[in-house]
Design a protein around this ligand. Structure first.
Ligand SMILES: Cc1cc2nc3c(=O)[nH]c(=O)nc-3n(C[C@H](O)[C@H](O)[C@H](O)COP(=O)(O)O)c2cc1C
Length: 352
């Protein structure tokens, strides 16, 4: 079983970084948000304050490297490299699923990044189905082992259904998130991985005392496609459902809009690709953004320096857009004048 996880993780990295696992027709709908240009912003670029406070840490910009990996030697190297970079840029870093740590404790060191990122925001990660089967004290140990500031609990039913040996029973998961939110010593973030969170799912979380979500919407990486590619590459029979559900999910901008008046800290994830996506997501109510696949692709093509340029460009463009919308800081983007296109508006009106 654990060898399976090991190989699966390796091929996920290969396929996801090759961009074969992207949504093709479903977009984030972030391009339905037009931020209105201000020709007389009365601001100085140097004085724009892009920093935010998140889970007890100050970030230089509302940005995190999204949850991706851990458990293998390659993953250990990636985690250390990316966490060190996140620390030097002053942004957050999210570890991949720590499930393998439970099954193979010797993999723990591949998740330990505190030595290279002593003051960075570090987010741990576990699947809700695995957490459901664990004592919350065990989940708490996962937090302690990596010195996490917050714990992401990922929900990914579509991805599980595509896997031949994936989970099929998702009952009791809402209660699990509530139990963890009340017991863990750090904030719990319930996170989708590319199919988005609906209003109904978010209301259920709020009802259980969950305060933070990463919407993980559609429009970027499609896990259904990644999994289908993996099975095809292995010469396995690909379930027809993989073709049917390849474009399944709630676009990232739609998920943010649907949840925006709920008492939740929202992190925008899924298809965040540049500083304009960041600014649009923040204007829809996101406190921060998480970017996953492009980081891995930049790392494959250009190592740490490649990821640094990508992230610096994103932050630079975000700062410029703050100025061009007359926003003195990240939070002010929420009040920036904007026009919402009809496709996103439809979600807002009918998706509740
Ligand atoms: C190679 C790879 C591995 C991932 N592993 C995890 C994981 O272990 N836990 C998790 O919550 N999300 C995981 N994700 C999902 C991402 O965190 C993110 O939610 C999703 O890819 C959408 O963001 P993107 O469009 O920026 O890639 C992974 C993504 C990639 C690309």
């Amino acid at each position: 079983m654990s060898d399976d996880i090991h190989n699966r993780k390796k091929s996920h990295i290969e396929i996801a970084s090759s961009e074969r696992g992207r949504f093709a027709r479903t977009t984030t709908l972030l391009d339905e948000v037009t931020l209105v240009h201000q020709g007389l912003p009365e601001l100085s670029l140097d004085e724009i304050d892009t920093s935010i406070e998140l889970f007890g840490r100050r970030l230089s910009a509302p940005l995190m490297i999204g949850a991706m990996t851990g458990g293998t030697n390659e993953a250990a190297r990636i985690n250390k490299d990316l966490a060190g970079l996140a620390s030097s840029l002053g942004i957050g870093f999210c570890l991949g699923s720590q499930r393998i740590m439970v099954e193979r404790p010797e993999t723990e060191s591949s998740f330990q990044v505190r030595d290279v990122a002593p003051n960075a925001l570090i987010v741990g990660n576990i699947g809700v189905v695995q957490a459901r089967a664990m004592d919350p004290v065990q989940v708490s140990r996962l937090v302690d082992a990596v010195g996490a500031d917050a714990m992401a609990v990922h929900v990914n039913p579509a991805h599980e259904l595509i896997q031949a040996d994936g989970d099929r029973d998702f009952r009791g998961c809402v209660d699990t998130t509530g139990e963890l939110a009340s017991i863990l010593p750090v904030p719990v973030i319930v996170k989708e991985t590319g199919c988005g969170l609906s209003r109904q799912a978010a209301e259920a979380l709020v009802g259980r005392g969950v305060l933070h979500v990463e919407v993980g919407g559609a429009g970027g990486t499609s896990w259904v496609k990644v999994e289908k590619e993996r099975q095809t590459a292995q010469g396995k029979h690909t379930e027809k459902i993989g073709d049917v559900l390849g474009e399944w999910g709630i676009p990232t901008a739609a998920s943010l809009s649907l949840l925006s008046d709920l008492p939740l800290t929202m992190i925008a994830g899924g298809g965040i690709r540049d500083g304009l996506d960041m600014a649009r997501a923040v204007s829809l109510g996101a406190t921060a953004c998480a970017v996953a696949q492009p980081v891995l692709a930049a790392y494959r093509d250009g190592g740490v320096a490649g990821v640094r340029s990508l992230l610096e460009e994103m932050i630079g463009a975000f700062r410029a857009i703050c100025l061009l919308t007359g926003s003195a800081n990240s939070g002010a983007l929420r009040d920036a004048t904007r026009i919402i296109g009809p496709n996103l508006e439809r979600w807002r009106l009918q998706g509740r």
